[in-house]
Design a protein around this ligand. Structure first.
Ligand code: SMG
Ligand code: MG
Length: 381
């Protein structure tokens, strides 16, 4: 891969509405955009770390530091032929999966464009769960609804999303704001596909709350217990009819193997950033298929750059459940790519078909949200 130039940009995009989870409230999304250039081709990637170490230990500052001081110099040192070779180079750095994934994503986009393929086509060629697999025109997507001031406000918010076409609703829960929310929603919408996400806010002492959720026919309970835990989740899953889905606890295909084999979960939320990139994400997708475990694509409030690549990933055959991939307007008034992502009346989203991520980055929009940037050139480091 003849990349000569890498650019990092810190961007800040205000959300259309605050997004509250068990660990805090987000109002503005700060992410790092990675741009790679070579042979007249440009690749774009998005690093999903955020301002603070709340969802994971990584922050934008740690990701920038690890990219600048370690990952970019390592990348210049080793010649690689394809994006799948990058994890071997990056493995010298322990952890920092989001930083790794940001650069790997830009390499995937560059490589796909250099080969005249869409990212979805490349991912389908790479996966081994089903062969041959063909890229669907559209995928079914869902929406993740943050904590609201009252259960009534949540019900109204959900009503609006259902009216927009979404057919799968995920709500955030936290201690003291859990069963009452599920109960209120089920009273109003007995049939919808509903799931909850605790973002690690509970312990095994709260098992009764999750046992009580069994009667509400949820698709899954996402990451109820501690963020790196497998063992306690095994104990909890044994007690429940409802499937546990792990998010924060899964950092690699090896974690996924342990969790599925040992029964810590029956479903996995795949976020490429959390697992160090699309190469590892596809490995988890393939592994889960062997266990007959469905996966779905998580979201980190990405801009259109990250969303485009996620939609391509979510088009793979074992992404059997709708992902946290919502319309651009659910997140931002103005995105940095065109065309914007839209959700149709059946709750579906088109998979981009153009080369690479298949959407255009709008330079003016990108400049408008850029806080700082730095350029790295081959041979300079
Ligand atoms: O991108 O639609 C989205 C957000 C999906 O709920 C979402 N993400 O734990 O799954 C999760 C959270 C993590 C981000 S919270 C800032
Ligand atoms: Mg989650």
């Amino acid at each position: 891969m003849n990349i000569e130039r890498i650019e990092l940009r810190m961007i800040a995009m205000p959300l259309v509405a605050p997004f509250e989870t068990s660990f805090g409230i987000e109002r503005v999304e700060e992410h790092i955009i990675v741009r790679v250039d070579g042979d007249g081709v440009t690749g774009w990637g998005e690093c999903v770390a955020s301002e603070g170490p709340w969802y994971s230990y990584e922050t934008n500052q740690t990701a920038w530091h690890v990219l600048r001081e370690f990952l970019i110099p390592l990348f210049w040192q080793k010649e690689i032929a394809a994006p799948q070779d990058f994890p071997r180079v990056a493995a010298r750095v322990r952890g920092h999966n989001m930083a790794k994934a940001g650069l790997e994503a830009a390499l995937w986009d560059w490589f796909a464009k250099a080969n005249g393929k869409s990212l979805a086509q490349l991912f389908h060629r790479t996966q081994t769960a089903v062969s041959p697999s063909t890229v669907p025109e559209k995928i079914t997507v869902g929406v993740s609804v943050g904590l609201q001031a009252t259960p009534q406000a949540l019900v109204e918010q959900v009503r609006n999303y259902l009216a927009e076409g979404y057919t799968r609703i995920k709500i955030k829960i936290k201690p003291q704001h859990d069963l009452e929310l599920v109960r209120a929603l089920r009273a109003e919408f007995p049939k919808i596909r509903l799931q909850v996400d605790a973002n690690s806010a509970y312990t095994l002492h709260d098992a009764d709350i999750f046992r009580a959720m069994d009667e509400f026919d949820l698709l899954l309970i996402e990451q109820p217990l501690s963020n790196d835990d497998i063992f306690q989740h095994i104990k909890l899953q044994r007690e429940l009819k409802t499937a546990i889905c792990l998010d924060e606890s899964i950092h690699s295909v090896d974690d996924a193997d342990a969790a599925l084999e040992l029964g810590a979960c029956r479903i996995i939320n795949i976020k490429q950033g959390r697992v160090s990139g699309f190469t590892e994400a596809i490995k988890i997708h393939d592994l889960a298929a062997k266990y007959n475990a469905p996966v779905w694509c998580g979201g980190m409030l990405e801009s259109g750059i990250g969303r485009a690549a996620n939609v391509a990933l979510a088009s793979l055959p074992n992404f059997k459940l709708p992902g946290d991939l919502s319309a651009s307007r659910r997140y931002y008034h103005t995105d940095i790519v065109e065309p914007e992502f839209i959700v149709d009346a059946e709750g579906k989203m088109r998979v981009p078909t153009g080369p690479g991520i298949g959407v255009q980055v709008m330079p003016r929009n990108l400049d408008n949200v850029t806080l700082s940037s730095q350029v790295f050139r081959k041979g300079e480091a």
